[in-house]
Design a protein around this ligand. Structure first.
Ligand code: NI
Length: 172
């Protein structure tokens, strides 16, 4: 079990577009396991590779309610192939923006195609929290954060709060 440090906003790494990952590479499998450990430890429901400083198109998620058995998912080179016209508003958070929550509008359902750790292509439709999470994490792989959906004023307020938080943490 390896828990990695989570990079906090603002950081240039979180703004980068990640290149494709090689699903056959053992390093990607180790990375994905570490990401799951880091996500469950945080705790969170999703984590993308750039959030631990790795520029690679990999994310993990598990939106299962606490009382149910865990269902960890590893998605390599994910691609949204369909999004519903109906919209869902979810009060989103992000492990790179601790304690910050804002309503974000996204398609309520989406179909995602990805490569699993065995190199097989998978495709699934997601709804509810799973759909929100998948779209939020794929945004991370394209250098986009949920605060990019907010007004410039709200975004700069949150960024200022985050800079203060990072300064406090750095000084212990
Ligand atoms: Ni996030």
């Amino acid at each position: 079990m390896a828990i990695r440090d989570i990079i906090l906003h603002p950081d240039p790494v979180l703004k980068k577009i990640c290149p494709p990952a090689d699903a056959a590479d053992k390093a990607v499998q180790v990375l994905a396991r570490d990401m799951l450990d880091t996500m469950y430890n945080a705790p969170g429901v999703g984590l993308a590779a750039p959030q631990i400083g790795v520029l690679s198109r990999v994310f993990v998620m598990d939106c299962t309610p606490k009382e149910e058995e865990a269902r960890p998912m590893i998605l390599i080179n994910p691609r949204i192939t369909w999004q519903s016209e109906d919209i869902n508003i979810h009060n989103e958070g992000c492990l790179s923006l601790p304690e910050m929550y804002e309503d974000v509008k996204r398609p309520a359902r989406c179909v995602v195609q990805w490569c699993d750790v065995n190199g097989a292509t998978q495709e699934q439709e997601f709804d509810g929290l799973w759909a929100t999470c998948a779209q939020h994490e794929i945004d991370h792989l394209n250098g986009r954060l949920f605060i990019d959906y907010l007004s410039g004023l709200k975004r700069s307020m949150i960024t200022r709060k985050m800079m203060k938080l990072k300064k406090e943490r750095a000084h212990g």
